[in-house]
Design a protein. Structure first.
Length: 331
């Protein structure tokens, strides 16, 4: 199978997965016990208000008609209205999504780069004192819950050392000096608030790439082609680069899994640091039963994971072309 055919097949699978997830979320919220219209209208709503919600959302139509209208509204960008802010769902979640994106993705990239490099050093120095004691820090952080690392960060660097702020994305004074939310990302105050939650995610997820890279290098060092390259007189640096390339495949496989775990832990991290992201928004929306926001937030999180899997599979074909060629065409 050619690389193009493989990519097209993966695109088709990704689209089908997104469609299936979207369908499940639609049915889950409408087939749960109780009236969906009552949930949207809120507690204490009068029968007239509930009927108005039914007509507004088309809930008096058959389920298949509702589903068609739901898909049509989704593709048109009409995602409903938040029960709390009374704003369109996209307007409610857009800024929060950017806040989570800026915090989580760079932190995971740094965690994988540092973790892979650190794991490579551990595997290269197998049996040394550095390898023996060097696995303790990433293992310790990897065993801790996300919120515990966040609380330790706040306790040490904010409460005791008074170096960084305890939470928030910027101070109240900075909010007063900016005209749009986008401007706050370019203020020094934002990056001052950014350091602790960013470091929390990096420390928490160093463990996975570090340990997998270490194990991968240990396994590859026993392979015959590595011993042959050594006997052939290849430079140590060249052999090490090739070892790292082969050992990186299992690490890349971790990306979707780690992303999923990061998203699940992001809720607690954002709560501890009072970071106005999707995780905190989802937590607040569940507490106040803001159903339109909850439904779209779940869809975003699921899409993030599915699309992440797609890009990982494509990256695999770049690192190891045999994956896209198929077994019959391998050389």
């Amino acid at each position: 199978m050619s690389r193009l055919s493989y990519i097209l097949r993966r695109i088709g699978i990704t689209i089908l997965l997104l469609f299936a997830i979207n369908t499940f979320l639609f049915l889950a919220f409408r087939l749960m016990p109780g009236s969906y219209a009552t949930v949207l209208a809120g507690r204490g709503a009068s029968p007239e208000q509930i009927q108005h919600v039914r007509e507004l959302w088309g809930l008096n139509q058959p389920l298949y008609v509702q589903y068609y209208q739901y898909l049509e509204n989704l593709f048109n960008g009409s995602l409903g209205v938040s029960r709390v802010s009374k704003e369109p769902v996209w307007e409610t979640i857009r800024t929060r999504l950017m806040n989570s994106f800026i915090l989580t993705l760079p932190a995971l990239v740094v965690a994988f780069i540092l973790g892979s490099a650190y794991g490579g050093l551990l595997g290269r120095n197998l049996g040394s004192r550095f390898e023996k004691y060097g696995i303790i820090p990433p293992t310790s952080f990897g065993a801790m819950p996300d919120f515990l690392i966040a609380m330790i960060m706040v306790t040490v660097f904010s409460l005791h050392l008074d170096i960084f702020p305890t939470g928030g994305i910027v101070s109240v004074e900075t909010y007063r000096t900016i005209d749009t939310n986008f401007e706050l990302y370019f203020t020094a105050d934002f990056w001052f608030h950014y350091i602790l939650p960013f470091a929390t995610i990096v420390f928490r997820f160093l463990y996975f790439p570090a340990m997998i890279m270490r194990s991968g290098i240990v396994d590859i060092l026993d392979e015959g082609f590595i011993k042959y390259q050594k006997l052939a007189g290849l430079k140590s640096s060249t052999r090490y680069k090739r070892i790292m390339k082969h050992a990186s495949l299992p690490v890349i496989t971790l990306v979707p899994v780690v992303t999923a775990r990061a998203l699940s832990g992001l809720v607690l991290v954002e709560i501890v640091f009072n970071w106005p992201g999707v995780g905190k928004l989802l937590f607040d929306a569940v507490l106040i039963r803001d159903t339109p926001v909850i439904q779209f937030a779940f869809l975003l999180v699921a899409a993030w994971i599915v699309v992440g899997n797609f890009f990982v599979d494509i990256l695999y074909t770049v690192i190891d072309p045999r994956i896209s060629m198929g077994g019959s065409e391998q050389t």
